[in-house]
Write a protein that binds this ligand. Structure first.
Ligand SMILES: NC(=O)c1ccc[n+]([C@@H]2O[C@H](COP(=O)([O-])OP(=O)(O)OC[C@H]3O[C@@H](n4cnc5c(N)ncnc54)[C@H](OP(=O)(O)O)[C@@H]3O)[C@@H](O)[C@H]2O)c1
Length: 254
């Protein structure tokens, strides 16, 4: 898969414009001001709104989705992911490929973004690849009431940071990351974490891939807030097309 298989539908491409290059994709997604903290999420959903197929995202994605998924990691300072997704998807180390590392060096960024796992119960295996093979010491974002023994085990492989009394408070999460110089915050979900982030209204941008599939209704939605909330208005930034897959980007209308 190369970027050449992705074309732009909105805003209308320049006359003569066709498929996008990797540089075009970077320009469409790069933060214009890295000093202003921003929270961006990237998710994939079936046409009927499911965030999973048979409990995972693998069958919903495709080469173009994967390309943007990797690019969004490349552009970020920190990748925040819920413990459920780490467990269900078997997350590996947050290690970028050679071209992405070269791009980051050119941009004056560290070789790899930091991974930050959000968990209250801390049922995370310190020997799993996401921790043991991490190129940069990971963060675990938890709360004051998290189990002490599990916390001590994870202390060996990660910086464990408390961001709330009995739950991770999304505003304290953002604050903790920005204080560490990690202002371009990217989250890969999952639905429960994204639900909390959206409910707290800290999500500035959403990249949503619409996967050309119907799932049938058993899977969760991409955002699973714990309580009803007011609508969060969005403005459409762009729509890209790759085969039958739509790659959209939205910004929070404030
Ligand atoms: N379609 C997509 O783009 C997409 C993206 C990601 C994941 N997924 C799918 O989503 C499913 C997992 O869903 P999920 O909702 O369980 O995922 P999740 O949001 O990644 O994980 C939920 C877990 O994260 C921790 N957590 C989240 N918010 C917290 C908070 N405010 N305070 C403390 N802990 C918090 C808790 O961990 P503890 O239980 O450890 O306390 C909670 O059980 C998987 O099937 C995965 O494949 C889909």
């Amino acid at each position: 898969m190369t970027a050449a298989a992705i074309s732009q539908l909105h805003p209308a491409p320049p006359v003569g414009g066709g498929t996008l290059t990797m540089d075009d994709l970077v320009d469409l997604h790069r933060p214009h001001d890295r000093t202003t903290p921003r929270v961006r999420a990237n998710v994939v959903a079936s046409v009927d709104g499911s965030a999973t197929a048979a409990g995972r995202t693998r069958d919903l994605g495709g080469p173009a989705d994967l390309l943007v998924f990797d690019l969004l990691r490349q552009l970020s300072d920190v990748v925040v992911v819920g413990a459920g997704t780490v467990r269900d998807e078997g997350y590996g180390p947050m290690r970028l490929g050679g071209e992405a590392v070269a791009w980051r060096r050119e941009a004056g960024l560290p070789d790899h973004p930091v991974v930050a796992v959000v968990s209250g119960r801390l049922e995370l295996d310190p020997t799993s690849d996401v921790f043991a093979d991490a190129p940069v010491r990971p963060l675990v974002l938890t709360h004051d009431e998290a189990p002490h023994a599990a916390r001590s085990r994870l202390d060996e492989v990660a910086d464990v940071v408390s961001c709330g009394r009995d739950r991770v408070d999304p505003r304290l999460l953002v604050q903790a990351l920005v204080e560490r110089g990690l202002s371009q915050i990217h989250t890969e979900g999952g639905p429960a974490l994204l639900g909390d982030l959206v409910a707290a209204d800290v999500v500035d941008e959403l990249c949503l891939t619409v996967s050309p599939n119907l799932e049938g209704g058993a899977g969760p939605r991409i955002v699973a807030a714990r309580e009803a909330m007011a609508l969060r208005g969005l403005a459409l930034d762009h729509v890209l097309l790759s085969g039958d897959m739509l790659l959209t980007k939205w910004s929070r209308r404030r």
